[in-house]
Design a protein around this ligand. Structure first.
Ligand code: SAM
Ligand code: SF4
Length: 465
């Protein structure tokens, strides 16, 4: 298939905007922050103004604004998921990744369907309901069918305790027919990160394989949406190039999707380069993003695209994850392993990981910590199963009405977790949080929350509105 050029990424425009706006006056910053509070998103110029903030007082105001928007739109909800790596075999040569084809220092593994089922059982036993399926770009035996089979295996795996209710997918870009098959397999979100939008850097870090084709990757979300996948996820691998450039380029990509499909991405991921076996660049990022800058990135994204979920993975430390909840993060992975077979002891534990994790805590510990901070861990998969995806989700989200569904659903799914999977200590903290949260609710959401939580306590599972 011929690759269309991603001409919506306009490097000249980005560098013009950055040189004009990246040393903003105090008044300019104030105007952008005021506009952001209207929660209608920001332009490229306005994002550039915010990336130029260096003054600690203005930074504080930026963080406050992000916190306000996060609270208004999402409340105290944090959606929980776990990645499931099905294979670390890869035909590409991305210099930052341990799975790159020529890396001889790692142990490879393509999980069998039986092993994927065992891994899924291990995740179900922990209490997970959402899985992000991840893999390298090589499926030697069955080709793309391997991914489809794996999705089916995960959905088909059930234990006495439950099942996985939503599978999101992060695999290499597909063609439209393959994306249609992915949709038919009932995936939630398809996500793919451009890694870097800077053409020259892209060529330098992607040395071999299909991933060398910048346009094939940059147009992947177009093809996914054309194939009918409503929810797509976008992202940049921070550390490869100047984060200010990457943010503006990602905004150009978002605006393009909004223009063509009437709706932008469902989620944004913000991976930061972590050390990886056999990669020099991963340990010495050419454009390392400092912790304060990283918090700034999350906060700016929250202002720029208020209704798009922000995902924070276990690449980051427990403390960084905690810091960014208040700045706009709405989804986190927990208890993660990035080596195929990493969840179950039966499967070879020596298989190599993609990169080093910053947060090694098991799910129950993360849940206890999150709940202790007043955030409600949500295992809900209601919207997607009721068809509230893409434009429908955004229509509901924009007037804030989603809170009337997501708030109660988060509480009932959390109650289910507490009743079936939590340690006694976590259960105690969680029940208190649920009671406090319902107490602070009003009207219909309060009524719904009480009803759903009661039903869970009567022994019902998977209740949502
Ligand atoms: N192989 C597919 C691809 O590259 O699109 C799918 C998933 S890849 C396993 C998931 C993501 O991990 C990549 O898109 C990249 O952003 C991220 N990644 C790779 N190496 C990393 C590293 N050293 N530190 C942090 N993230 C990394
Ligand atoms: Fe393969 Fe993805 Fe790693 Fe690149 S980032 S080497 S495509 S697994």
């Amino acid at each position: 298939m011929e690759t269309t050029t991603a001409n919506f990424i306009n490097e000249q425009e980005i560098s013009n905007i950055l040189s004009k706006y990246s040393k903003p006056e105090t008044l300019q910053v104030r105007e952008v922050l005021d506009k952001a509070r209207e929660m209608k998103g920001l332009s490229l110029q306005e994002v550039a103004v915010l990336t130029g903030i260096t003054d600690p007082l203005q930074l504080h105001e930026l963080f406050e604004t992000a916190n306000h928007i996060k609270d208004t739109i999402y409340g105290k909800r944090l959606v929980i998921f776990a990645p499931l790596y099905i294979s670390n075999l890869c035909a590409n040569e991305c210099t930052y990744c341990a799975f790159r084809a020529k890396n001889k220092d790692i142990i490879r593994r393509v999980l069998t369907q039986k092993e994927i089922s065992i891994e899924t059982e291990a995740l179900i036993e922990q209490g997970h309901k959402r899985v992000l399926l991840v893999g390298g770009e090589a499926y030697p035996r069955q080709g793309f069918q391997y991914v489809l089979d794996s999705i089916k295996t995960i959905y088909d795996t059930k234990t006495e305790k439950g099942d996985i209710r939503r599978i999101n997918v992060n695999v290499a870009p597909l063609d439209i027919d393959e994306f249609k098959l992915l949709k038919d397999a009932k995936i939630g979100t398809y996500q793919i990160f451009q890694e870097t939008y800077h053409h020259e850097t892209y060529s330098k870090v992607h040395l071999e394989g299909k991933k060398r084709d910048y346009n094939w990757r940059a147009m992947a979300l177009h093809r996914a949406m054309e194939a009918g996948i409503d929810d797509v996820g976008i992202g940049v691998l921070f550390g490869l190039f100047d984060y200010r450039f990457e943010m503006l380029a990602m905004m150009q990509h978002i605006f393009e999707l909004e223009k063509v499909f009437g709706v932008g991405p469902h989620t944004i991921s913000v991976p930061r380069l972590e050390p990886a076996t056999g990669s020099d660049i991963a340990s010495h990022p050419p454009f390392a993003v400092a912790d304060l800058e990283f918090r700034k990135i999350v906060a700016i994204l929250r202002l720029a695209v208020p209704y798009t979920g922000i995902i924070m993975s276990t690449r980051e430390t427990a403390q960084m994850r905690r810091d960014t909840f208040a700045l706009g993060v709405s989804q986190i992975s927990a208890g993660s392993r990035t080596n195929p077979g990493g969840y179950d002891d039966e499967i070879d534990a020596d298989v190599s990981s993609q990169f080093s994790l910053g947060d090694h805590r098991p799910l129950d510990e993360v849940i206890r910590d999150v709940a202790g901070m007043g955030y409600v861990p949500s295992f809900c998969t209601g919207c997607y199963r009721l068809g509230r995806t893409g434009q429908d989700f955004m229509d509901l989200a924009k007037p804030g009405a989603i809170k009337a569904h997501c708030g109660p659903n988060a509480l009932s799914s959390f109650m289910e977790y507490l009743n079936h999977y939590a340690s006694s200590e976590t259960r105690k903290i969680g029940i208190q949080l649920i009671e406090d949260t319902i107490h602070q609710m009003n009207g219909l959401p309060k009524e719904r929350a009480r009803k759903l939580v009661n039903r869970v306590n009567e022994g019902k599972k998977d209740v949502f509105c």
